[in-house]
Structures are given as structure tokens and as C-alpha cells.
Design a protein around this ligand. Structure first.
Ligand code: ATP
Ligand code: MG
Length: 508
């Protein structure tokens, strides 16, 4: 079955491909409550790691827990060996994310609105990644999804995915004069704005701006503060547990607002307090203004200091769960006018776009449309570090009548080489892939001649990777054939041992 999976900082959302429709998957928790997301939370239940809705409950009861662990991935120096502390345990980030995604997979299979998925049916997914993610985050995210049992078809920048959803719903607003979409994504903990170019069916992020310290959570804090003040109390007076309960109550009250709401009620220490919704909106006005300010480089500033959308922007697309608050679309329309469009499912827009990207019948295939590069992630120092090398740059001219080859020769420094190939759309100044990244196959090559002699009798993933001083000379050759299929040959020039593989076969 084909899916779009948006692993979010606060919520993980899944949409499904169902004969041209992309319904959001609903999950049932232990209490029989249904929600269209899985909380991105992990907690310790005694010695056991638990995830999602159960972890959220345990966290409220004071169990050791971690929220927002996706944030930890955004450190450029993160590696598969990076650990995080949970209670009195150290867990590697890779294992933590993998186990969380295993939980997501098992929820999809067993506790969701998707009718029972047979155990042998693969979960084929297009997964999201923040547009500004470094290659380390892209690599770890890919690895975790794969290790969790997903067959990853592609990894797509989150704003590109929202762009897919926009094109799907508002394709008519795009024309030769208006080929860009400005995506406004207010999540739980972060705000991102991205300018997405739409060229036919391809979507590419041209530029983005963000604020990693501004999200829906901040609106909850403001509301909780107003409620506390109305009850003549304060966070300090309430103490941490009661304040946290109040923030959770504020979030629930905020999420229940509709455009006609006049009053809202929150309990402060079991005492119901009523607040004027207009007062709440006035109090969050500076937060909304801050998002508009963050977007300024992507819009046009007028002489009087106000902003407008550039003439070639078809729409400002308002997505992300945090932007479900009625005051936000209202303020954006006041500033930018009629080109503001709100996603009908703001919290699920990215997941829906990813599902669209995973649907071959939707015709939004990324690969055919984009000039792509091919590169390889290599693990160095026995897996403690990851490096990225460009093999075929996106600018490489390929021909429809003959093949093109590039090769490199070097001395091997390990007993085994692990090559994880990816395709990508763009790289940053330092040459690390920043655009959409698609896994493209992997090869383990034995540089040690003893291992070469053993053939398949010893699986290479069971052999420890070691540095060697006297490795053989190795030649890698990459060929793009006239159909655009990339083949790789790796040869030990000493023994003649060679491996050949076409990359990307799993998507054929
Ligand atoms: N109906 C609603 N009205 C207002 N806010 C809402 C509503 N539903 C959800 N939210 C808010 O949306 C936020 C979560 O949004 P979303 O699921 O897009 O975040 P995320 O993808 O996990 O986070 P991020 O994008 O920061 O990584 C929370 O702050 C939540 O309170
Ligand atoms: Mg998000």
C-alpha cells in the first residue's frame, strides 16, 4: 500500500493512496479515542520504551519522556551513534527514531482507519524532510524509515509536498504568469515559509525562511497565561504540574475554536475560567505578525512598509496544524488579500502531498521531471561518521543516444565499503544534498580479498567494519545509459573482483 508519512516535531501524520483519493489515516488509542495523528513522543514505562498516544499519557503522569526529538536530528553533526538521555538510559537517536517509526508502521497496520494490511504487503512510503535539513538528517531519517520496515519510495521536502497538495486542489490558479506558490507552514514548534516553483508537475523549493522557536505551542502558552491571570494566579503559583495541565487544557480549548467562537473556557486548578476569544486573538497578534515578518524576504515590501505577494505567486498556501486557528487566515487575508488559500486539512497537508507524490497515477513523479544528481553516503570510521560524495552532478549532460560514464580510482581504507546511493535535486554550497533525496540502492563491497573469496556464505552486514592500511586499489565507474538508468561497477583492481548493479531498480 502507498502512503505519505509526515514525521512531525509534535505530531506524525499519515495519508493513504486510495484510488485517486488521499484520505488522512485515523488512529485509535487505548481509550478508543480516534485522532488523525500520532503524537511524536517517547516515554519510559518502567524499562520499556513506549511511543505515541500511550507515551503522551505517561508523560502527563510524570514518566521520563522526550518530546520534539525530531529537533535533535537537525544538528549537522548528528551521526547514527549520537545518543540521547531518557530517564537513566542512553539510547542512540537512530534507534529511538527507528522504534518510533516501527510504532507508526504497526499502528497503520493494526489500529487505524486503513483496513487491515496483510503482514506481507509492504508499506511503500514517500516521506517528508524539512527543506533546510542537512545530509546527516536526511541520511538518518532514511535509515530509520527503512529499518522500521517502510519501503521508502522517495524523501521529499515538506514544503514541496504542501505544494503538491496545492496543485492538486488549486491547479487552476497556476498559469504561465503565476508559477510559484508561497507555502506558510505553522507547525507545533516551528514556522517555515517556502517559495515553491511549479513547473508542469515538478515542485522545487526555491527559497525558504523559518523560525525554529515559533509554533502552535507558543499560542498555548499565551492562552494559559491569560487564563491564569484571569484566575488571579500565575505559573509560579500553580507549580509545574498544574501549569502543564493548564497548558494542555489551553491547547484543547484553542483547537476547538471556530470562526464564530466568542468565548472559551479553560479550567485553572479545577476552577473554570471564561475568556473573550477576541482578547486571546489580540494577545497572539504579535506571534502572527512575527510569522509575516519572517516571510518578508519571500514577499515584496511596499513603500509604506506593508507587504504584498510578488506578481508571479499564484497563492499563499496556509498549512500546518498551528494555522488552523481562525485568526491566522484572517490576518493573512488582511495583509495579502484574495490569493490566500487555507488547506482544508492544515495539519495533514504535508502528509496528503506526500501521498500524492507516492501515487504513480497522480503523475507527479519527481524523478522524470527533475534534473537530478546521484551521490553516495559513505560511513567512515566504522560507521561513526557519514560523508557524502557527489558522483553525477545535476548539471551533467546526459544523452538519449549514448551512455555517459564517470569513474574514480582510489585505495580502499576499510575491509568493507558500504555505499548508500541517493538521487537528489540540489546541493548547497558545501555540496551536501539539500533538495529532494531519493534512495537509490545500496551496495556492500568486500575490499578484503578473504571476504571476496567467501562469496555469499557470510553476509557482509554481520562483519565488523575495520580500517586497514594495505587495502587494494579500487575503481568505481558510474554510467548513465540512454534511458537515464544509472549503473555502478565497483572493481578491486588487484584481484579483479567486481560488482555491477543498476541503481533505482526497486522503483521500476
Ligand atoms: N483546530 C486547531 N486549531 C488551532 N491549532 C491547532 C488545531 N489543530 C491542531 N493545532 C495545532 O497544530 C500544532 C501541530 O501542528 P502540526 O501537526 O502541523 O505540527 P508538526 O508538523 O508536528 O510540527 P512542526 O511542523 O513544527 O515540525 C499544535 O500546536 C496544535 O495545537
Ligand atoms: Mg510539520
Amino acid at each position: 500500500m502507498r502512503l505519505g508519512v509526515d514525521f512531525g516535531t509534535t505530531r506524525t501524520t499519515v495519508a493513504q493512496v486510495d484510488r485517486g483519493n488521499y484520505p488522512v489515516v485515523a488512529f485509535e488509542d487505548e481509550n478508543g479515542d480516534v485522532q488523525d495523528f500520532i503524537p511524536s513522543v517517547v516515554a519510559l514505562d518502567g524499562d520499556t520504551l513506549v511511543f505515541g498516544a500511550r507515551a503522551h499519557e505517561l508523560a502527563l503522569q510524570g514518566a521520563p519522556h522526550l518530546r520534539s526529538f525530531k529537533r535533535l536530528l537537525s544538528d549537522p553533526d548528528v551521526t547514527p551513534a549520537t545518543t540521547v538521555r531518557l530517564g537513566n538510559r542512553d539510547v542512540t537517536l537512530l534507534i529511538l527514531v527507528t522504534r518510533f517509526l516501527e510504532h507508526v508502521a504497526s499502528c497503520v497496520r493494526a489500529n487505524s482507519s486503513v483496513s487491515e494490511v496483510p503482514a506481507d504487503e509492504p508499506l511503500q512510503a514517500v516521506v517528508g524532510i524539512p527543506a533546510h535539513a542537512y545530509s546527516a538528517q536526511r541520511f538518518l531519517t532514511l535509515e530509520a524509515f527503512r529499518a522500521a520496515g517502510f519501503e521508502v519510495l522517495a524523501m521529499v521536502n515538506e514544503p514541496s509536498a504542501a505544494g503538491f497538495e496545492y496543485t492538486h486542489r488549486h491547479g487552476a490558479t497556476l498559469n504561465t504568469r503565476r508559477r510559484r506558490v508561497l507555502v506558510y507552514d505553522l507547525g507545533g514548534g516551528t514556522f517555515d515559509a517556502s517559495l515553491v516553483a511549479v513547473e508542469g508537475r515538478s515542485h522545487e523549493v526555491l527559497d525558504s525562511r523559518g523560525n525554529n522557536l515559533l509554533g502552535g505551542d507558543d499560542f498555548d502558552q499565551v492562552l494559559a497565561g491569560l487564563a491564569a491571570a484571569a484566575a488571579h494566579s500565575s505559573p509560579a503559583e500553580l507549580g509545574e504540574t498544574a501549569w502543564q495541565e493548564l497548558v494542555d487544557a489551553a491547547r484543547a480549548a484553542k483547537e476547538s475554536l471556530n470562526p464564530h467562537s466568542r468565548w472559551l473556557t479553560v479550567e485553572v486548578g479545577h476552577q473554570p475560567v471564561s475568556l473573550d476569544v477576541a482578547e486571546f486573538y489580540r494577545a497572539v497578534d504579535p506571534l502572527i505578525a512575527a510569522t509575516i515578518d519572517t516571510m518578508a524576504p519571500l514577499t515584496q515590501r511596499l513603500e509604506d512598509g506593508s507587504q504584498e505577494l510578488a506578481a508571479d505567486v499564484a497563492g499563499l498556501y496556509v498549512v500546518g496544524g498551528g494555522s488552523d486557528l481562525p485568526a491566522i487566515a484572517r490576518q493573512l487575508r488582511q495583509t495579502f488579500g484574495r490569493r490566500v488559500h487555507r488547506s482544508p486539512h492544515p495539519g495533514a497537508s504535508t502528509a496528503i502531498g506526500l501521498a500524492i507524490a507516492s501515487d504513480p497515477d497522480a503523475g507527479y513523479t519527481l524523478r522524470d521531471q527533475l534534473s537530478r544528481g546521484v551521490g553516495v553516503f559513505r560511513e567512515r570510521e566504522s560507521g561513526a561518521q557519514v560523508s557524502f560524495d557527489t558522483l553525477l552532478s545535476p548539471q551533467l549532460r546526459v544523452s538519449t543516444s549514448q551512455s555517459v560514464s564517470v569513474s574514480r580510482t582510489y585505495r580502499a581504507a576499510h575491509n568493507i565499503g558500504w555505499f548508500r546511493f541517493v538521487e537528489y535535486t540540489t546541493t548547497d554550497d558545501e555540496g551536501v544534498p539539500r533538495g529532494d533525496v531519493m534512495p537509490f540502492g545500496q551496495i556492500a563491497f568486500p575490499f578484503d580479498s578473504l571476504l571476496q573469496g567467501l562469496g555469499d556464505s557470510v553476509p557482509l552486514d554481520e562483519v565488523e567494519v575495520r580500517r586497514t592500511e594495505d587495502g587494494p586499489m579500487v575503481r568505481e565507474e558510474y554510467t548513465v545509459d540512454e534511458h537515464g538508468i544509472v549503473g555502478v561497477s565497483i572493481t578491486d583492481l588487484g584481484t579483479g573482483y567486481s560488482v555491477h548493479r543498476n541503481l533505482g531498480d526497486h522503483q521500476a
